[in-house]
Structures are given as structure tokens and as C-alpha cells.
Design a binder for this molecule. Structure first.
Ligand code: PLP
Length: 451
């Protein structure tokens, strides 16, 4: 296949003083005033074949990702395609991001119309889509106010800062207001140094220590240890995923979340639900915590909210918001008109009760199907989850099965200690597609025997 880039001509002004370490595009860009030069046109960028892209990636990207050897260049609905036209059924949705699948017409319309009108403005000004999205989130949740950011980890960083500020604000005379945090085994809250400090896997944290101090990890589900620590009065907030995603698809018990709620109320500590992965319709409920009837002081959202564009949201009660003042936090890109318009299109669809009940119905059907088709295999320990967040726990590494599925045209993820197959398809997936996914998983099970 040909070159990675398709070049087109445009006029560029470059200061004669510009000191280019190396000419761009192998010398095609001339560092002089107003000349016609050839530069990559991102709209027409024609990829090479998969092999070429993978080779090029290895030369120019920082090696943070252990990527599967697949280039995804196009998507429609729940299908993804590589540059050679190979089709994949998407049961990963990014990682629980593309809730409406790929190229949803209402989402595309919202994005293109807004891009034609206004893409970005500084948060030093008001913008209509941001206010509209916040109104919808508030109208559909426990929350009174919203802070926007650009990712899940940032939504949690905001929650960390707001929790600390809340403790200072509510204890103005206290020389040492509560600054500690509780997080749980198998938790995942993000990669920045605050959210990372709340993430249980030591392997993620230890190369970057010291991370934010003051975090205690407790056993997920253990009410008593949490109660004992919270009542000591040194904890600003407890961070918990009502359903843990990265950690292996573990659902909290109602009594556990109820106990956390009560202990937090008694001690004046905040309860933060991280619904970055399990929120926004994935369970068949708009918010995962609705399943339990337990409500947080702060909820963090991200992944599916803007249907694939970067967004984070920290939803808070009025009590929490009242502790936060001008200048306490902010972000250049957050809550842009473009991203918020996309999110409005997503939220309007997902919040529809008939959409949510279809997720419940499909999730139930899929789980039963998986239990029926895979349950008899000696390596399958459990099929668990709610709605369209499902984990298949194995007694061996899930990687050979995930690889075999991909080779058979099905994209699924791992979770936990690598021994869980994670299924988080687009919420629009059809029963027929779910049947196909279950069939492929079943056919690929022998791959586990070579473990
Ligand atoms: C529960 C949870 N919180 C936070 C994050 C971090 O989100 P992001 O990768 O957008 O920073 C993730 C990502 O997987 C997540 O699953």
C-alpha cells in the first residue's frame, strides 16, 4: 500500500527565524514566507495497510499501549472495519464509550451542525450547549450542579478537590480538616496523580510514587472496616464504583453502599460514586446507583457521555457546590459547545425510558445466553454483571480467548487480573448481534486449553 499521508497544497507563513530541528514531511514544508507547500490534509489522509500503520506507530508513538494488532479505520452501528475491509462486531465500544455505536445519525447531526456554528469558547464566557447539558444532567439526577472536564480521571480530580474544599469550608476553625480518602480493592479511578492514588492496582501506581498521600484501600464490600475508618473523622471522601469495571465487573451489595452512606452522613464525609464506566444507561438504569436506591454527594461521569468525544462531568449537590469558589478549579477545553452538543444528543437518547428498558432486556438475554453457551466449560467460573456490562470470569488468563475472538471478528476486552472477559457493547446492539457474539465466544473457548 502507498504512503500514510495524502498531501495537498496550502499557503503557510513561517518566520524566517523559525528553527526547525528537522524539516517537516521530509522536506516538503519550506521554512520561508508565503510559499505553496505540501502538507498532510487530515480530512483526506489515506492510510496505508494495517501492517504499515502498525510499523509506523512503533516509530512515532510513546509506547504506553499494548495494542492488539488491529487498525480500526471505520465504523457503523456496532460494526468496525480495518483498512483492508475486515469486519468486526464491537463488544467493547471503545472501552464502554460508544454507547450509541459508531456514526449514530443524531449524534453526527448534532456534531456537524454545532461545528458549523461554534466549536470552542473559553470558560471565561457563557455558552448555550454547556448550560443546556448541565440542565439535563441536573434534571435527570440527584445533583444540583455540574462541573465539566475532559475525561474520567479529570472528573475524579475535580471530585478530590471539591471534597477537600468541602471539608475546609464546613470546618473553617479546624486547623486540620479531613483530607484523607477511602478507596477499595479492584478500584480504578484514573491515571493522573490524584485519581491514580485512588486506583488500587499497585502496578499502576508504584512507578510514579509519590502519588497523592492520604488514601486508604479497604476491601470492596467490607462495611465494618469502612465504618471504623470513616468514624475517625479524618476522611474527606469515600470513592466507590457501584459496579467495578476495570477491576473485573464486581457489583456492590446494597447493604454495603447503604452502610457507606450512613457512615459518611454521621461523620460529615462525602460519598463519591465513580460512574465513569457503569453510568449512563449501561446497567439498564440511567445511573448505576439507582439499582441500589443509594445516592451520593458527588458522581463522576465520562466515557459514553459525549458519544466518543472527550468529556468528563462531576455532578454535585448544592451543599458541595457551595464550598467551591471562583478560581478553585477550571479547564481550557471543558464543556465546549461542540462536545456538549454531542453529549446532549447522547443523553437525550439514553435517558429515554424505552431505551433504558431495551438495555435491561438485552442485557438479561445476553447474560442468560452466555451462561447457557459457556457455563458448561471447565474454565468458566462465573458470568456476572448487569445490563450490558458483563464479565466472564475464567480460571485462566482471558487473553487467548480475547485474541481468538478478535481473529474471528469479535472485539471484546479483558478486565480484573486479566482473567475476566469484559463485554461492554454499544447499548444499541441488537439481539441478533448479541447471539452472534455468544456464538463466537463459544466457538473460541478451545483457545483456553492451550493456556
Ligand atoms: C470507573 C472509572 N473511573 C475513571 C476512569 C478513567 O477515565 P479516563 O480514562 O477517561 O481518564 C475509568 C477508565 O477506565 C474508569 O473505568
Amino acid at each position: 500500500m502507498g504512503s500514510l499521508q495524502l498531501f495537498h497544497s496550502f499557503s503557510v507563513s513561517v518566520s524566517p527565524a523559525t528553527n526547525l530541528r528537522r524539516p517537516l514531511n521530509n522536506g516538503r514544508v519550506s521554512a520561508c514566507l508565503n510559499v505553496d507547500v505540501e502538507a498532510p490534509n487530515p480530512l483526506k489522509m489515506k492510510s496505508g495497510g494495517s501492517k504499515e500503520v502498525i510499523e509506523e506507530e512503533g516509530k512515532v508513538l510513546v509506547g504506553t499501549y499494548a495494542r492488539a494488532p488491529v487498525v480500526l479505520s471505520r465504523g457503523k452501528g456496532c460494526k468496525l472495519y480495518d483498512p483492508e475491509g475486515r469486519e468486526f462486531l464491537d463488544c467493547a465500544a471503545g472501552i464502554a464509550v460508544n454507547a450509541l455505536g459508531h456514526g449514530d445519525p443524531d449524534w453526527v447531526r448534532a456534531v456537524t451542525e454545532q461545528a458549523n456554528v461554534l466549536t470552542h469558547v473559553s470558560n471565561a464566557y457563557y455558552s448555550i450547549p454547556q448550560v443546556e447539558l448541565a440542565k439535563r444532567l441536573v434534571a435527570n439526577s440527584f445533583a444540583d450542579r455540574v462541573f465539566f472536564s475532559n475525561s474520567g480521571t479529570e472528573a475524579n480530580e475535580a471530585a478530590i478537590k471539591f471534597s477537600r474544599k468541602f471539608q475546609r469550608f464546613t470546618h473553617p476553625d479546624d486547623k486540620q480538616p479531613a483530607t484523607g480518602f477511602i478507596s477499595f480493592t479492584n478500584s480504578f479511578h484514573g491515571r493522573t496523580l490524584g485519581a491514580l492514588a485512588l486506583t488500587s492496582k499497585e502496578h499502576y501506581r508504584s512507578p510514579f510514587e509519590p502519588v497523592m498521600p492520604g488514601v486508604t484501600f479497604l476491601e470492596y464490600g467490607n462495611k465494618q472496616t469502612a465504618k471504623d475508618l470513616i468514624q475517625q473523622g479524618k476522611i474527606a471522601a469515600v470513592f466507590v464504583e457501584p459496579i467495578q469495571g476495570e477491576g473485573g465487573i464486581y457489583s456492590a451489595k446494597k447493604e454495603f453502599l447503604q452502610a457507606l452512606r450512613k457512615a459518611c452522613d454521621d461523620a460529615g464525609c462525602l460519598l463519591v460514586f465513580d460512574e465513569v464506566q457503569c453510568g449512563l444507561g449501561r446497567t439498564g438504569y440511567l445511573w448505576a446507583h439507582e439499582v441500589y436506591g443509594v445516592y451520593p454527594d458527588i458522581m463522576t461521569l465520562a466515557k459514553p457521555l459525549a458519544g466518543g468525544l472527550p468529556i468528563g462531568a462531576t455532578l454535585v449537590t448544592e451543599r458541595v457546590a457551595s464550598a467551591v469558589a471562583h478560581g478553585d478549579h477550571g479547564s481550557t477545553f471543558a464543556g465546549s459547545p461542540l462536545v456538549c452538543s454531542a453529549a446532549i444528543a447522547v443523553l437525550d437518547k439514553i435517558a429515554n425510558p424505552s431505551f433504558l428498558s431495551s438495555v435491561s432486556k438485552k442485557g438479561h438475554y445476553f447474560k442468560e445466553l452466555l451462561i447457557k453457551k459457556l457455563g458448561g466449560n471447565a474454565h468458566v467460573k462465573e458470568v456476572r454483571g448487569l445490563g450490558l456490562i458483563i464479565g466472564i470470569e475464567l480460571d485462566v488468563s482471558a487473553s487467548p480467548l480475547v485474541d481468538a475472538c478478535r481473529n474471528s471478528g469479535l472485539i471484546v476486552l479483558t478486565a480484573g487480573k486479566g482473567n475476566v472477559v469484559r463485554l461492554v457493547p454499544p447499548l444499541i446492539i441488537s439481539e441478533k448481534e448479541l447471539e452472534h457474539a455468544a456464538d463466537v465466544l463459544h466457538e473460541c473457548l478451545p483457545a483456553l486449553d492451550s493456556n
